[in-house]
Write a protein that binds this ligand. Structure first.
Ligand SMILES: Nc1nc2c(ncn2[C@@H]2O[C@H](COP(=O)(O)OP(=O)(O)OP(=O)(O)O)[C@@H](O)[C@H]2O)c(=O)[nH]1
Ligand SMILES: [Mg+2]
Length: 223
C-alpha cells in the first residue's frame, strides 16, 4: 500500500539515546515518540532490534524483566522509539514492581510527545490482565495503539491467523478496538515489519498541534 503523504522514516538510523529510571530523567518532551509496551519477555527489545535492523541496539534477554529502565532511541532530531520496562513479571519483588509500574503510568499519562503505543503480546498467551489495562488506558486517553502478536513463528500460518482473529474479536467485544490495530509479528523471521513500519510512519510524522501537515509545508523534491 502506498501512502504518498506520509514521510518515511529510516528506522536503521536509530541510535541509543538514554535510559531513564524516572520521568524526570527522560529527554525533553517534544517532537514525536512511540512506546513499545508489553509483559516481560513479550519481545519488545527484539522487535525494536528487528525494526532498526540492529541486533545490538536494545538489549534482549532470556531472563524476563531485563529492561527495567525507560530506554530511548533517536530516529532523528525529533523522533524517538521507546522501549518500556516489561510489566507483570511475577518473580520481581513486589516493591520493585510497584515502583516500575508507577513510573510507567506516570510516563504514559504525562508524556505529551507520545503519539502511539505498540503493545506486544506473545501470540500464545495474548490479552492478559495488564495488556487489557494498557489497551483500556490507551483507548480512554485517545492514544492509538498497535498490537503485535509476537513469536508468530511459533505457530503455523492457520493457527496464527486464527489467533489474530480471536484477539480482534475479543477487543471488539470488550469495546477496546477504537484506534487499535492488530498484526502478526516475528522478530527472527522478520515477519510483519512492513506493516509495523507503516503504522509508525503515520504516528511519527503526524504534525504536532499548531504545526502544518507536511504536505502543506513544501512540495517534496524529486529524488
Ligand atoms: N521465536 C521467537 N522468539 C522471540 C521473538 N521475539 C523475542 N523472542 C525471544 O523472547 C525472549 C525475550 O525477548 P525480549 O525482546 O528480550 O523481550 P522483552 O519484551 O524486551 O523483555 P523484557 O525486557 O524483560 O521486558 C528472547 O529470548 C527473544 O529471543 C519472536 O518473534 N520469535
Ligand atoms: Mg526488553
Amino acid at each position: 500500500m502506498s501512502e504518498p503523504n506520509v514521510e518515511r522514516i529510516n528506522f536503521r538510523r536509530a541510535q541509543y539515546l538514554v535510559s531513564a529510571p524516572t520521568l524526570a530523567e527522560c529527554p525533553e518532551d517534544s517532537g514525536a515518540e512511540v512506546a513499545f509496551a508489553g509483559r516481560s519477555n513479550a519481545g519488545k527489545s527484539s522487535a525494536i532490534n528487528a525494526l532498526t535492523d540492529n541486533g545490538k541496539l536494545a538489549r534482549t534477554s532470556k531472563t524476563p524483566g531485563r529492561t527495567q529502565l525507560i530506554n530511548f532511541f533517536s530516529l532523528g532530531e525529533q523522533q524517538r522509539l521507546v522501549d518500556l520496562p516489561g510489566y507483570g513479571y511475577a518473580k520481581v519483588a513486589r516493591s520493585m514492581k510497584d515502583e516500575w509500574q508507577r513510573h510507567l503510568a506516570f510516563y504514559l499519562e504525562q508524556r505529551r510527545c507520545l503519539k502511539g503505543l505498540v503493545l506486544l503480546m506473545d501470540i500464545r498467551q495474548p490479552l492478559k490482565e495488564f495488556d487489557l489495562q494498557m489497551l483500556s488506558w490507551a483507548v480512554t486517553s485517545g492514544l492509538p495503539a498497535h498490537v503485535l502478536l509476537t513469536k508468530a513463528d511459533k505457530l503455523k500460518n492457520g493457527p496464527a491467523n486464527n489467533a489474530r482473529f480471536a484477539v480482534e474479536k475479543a477487543l471488539k467485544e470488550l469495546e477496546l478496538d477504537r484506534g487499535v490495530t492488530v498484526q502478526l509479528f516475528s522478530a527472527p523471521k522478520r515477519k510483519g515489519l512492513e506493516k509495523l513500519e507503516q503504522r509508525l510512519n503515520q504516528w511519527l510524522t503526524l504534525p504536532s498541534e499548531g504545526e502544518m501537515p507536511p504536505d502543506e509545508i513544501a512540495p517534496e523534491e524529486d529524488q
